[in-house]
Design a protein around this ligand. Structure first.
Ligand code: FES
Length: 169
């Protein structure tokens, strides 16, 4: 009798264990279904290390299919509340798409300006329009600073401050 009870206990525990494992596996499978695909995750954020950035050289990164302009400023470039300080250096970080009709402006280092070849719009080294037709400055993408790195696509405190001041547009 005692042997039968022990056997029943063992079977009960084994069945309970299998049920628990099945439940965990089902939860894991459900989570994998809810999680975005790795390609979507990768497209959501771009991490750029600025430690090797050279002043007045435009670095172009890619975020969600858009060009991101990163320009390390030289000391003679005008200071601006839109600039981002990374490791003691000043940067312009903006989306490299003209706010007129969406062309990609080119950077002219000698003139410290961006010129859009489509209709002649121009922007200064802070991304402000200096020659129409663009109606707005170059947009600042969501970003977060992590040491010498900038993560594009994540809203960090510096971005939130600019956004609250209406300076990202
Ligand atoms: S698209 Fe840039 S000036 Fe028109």
């Amino acid at each position: 009798m005692a042997i039968k009870k022990e056997r029943r206990d063992f079977l009960g525990m084994a069945l309970g264990g299998f049920t628990a494992l099945g439940g965990i596996a089902a939860l894991g499978a459900a989570k994998r279904t809810w999680d975005p695909l790795p390609s979507v995750m990768a497209a959501g954020f771009s991490t750029i290390d600025l430690s090797a950035a050279k002043p007045n050289s435009l670095y172009v990164a890619k975020w969600r299919g858009k060009p991101i302009f990163i320009l390390k400023k030289t000391s003679d470039m005008k200071k601006d509340p839109r600039e981002v300080i990374v490791d003691g250096s000043r940067y312009l970080i903006c989306i490299g798409i003209c706010t007129h009709l969406g062309c990609i402006p080119s950077y002219f280092p000698k003139q410290h300006k961006f010129i859009c070849a489509c209709h002649g719009g121009q922007y200064d080294s802070n991304g402000y329009v200096t020659k129409s037709p663009p109606p707005l400055p170059l947009y600042i993408p969501p970003f977060k600073l992590k040491g010498t790195k900038v993560v594009i696509g994540e809203e960090g405190p510096e971005f939130k401050k600019l956004k609250a001041a209406g300076l990202t547009v």
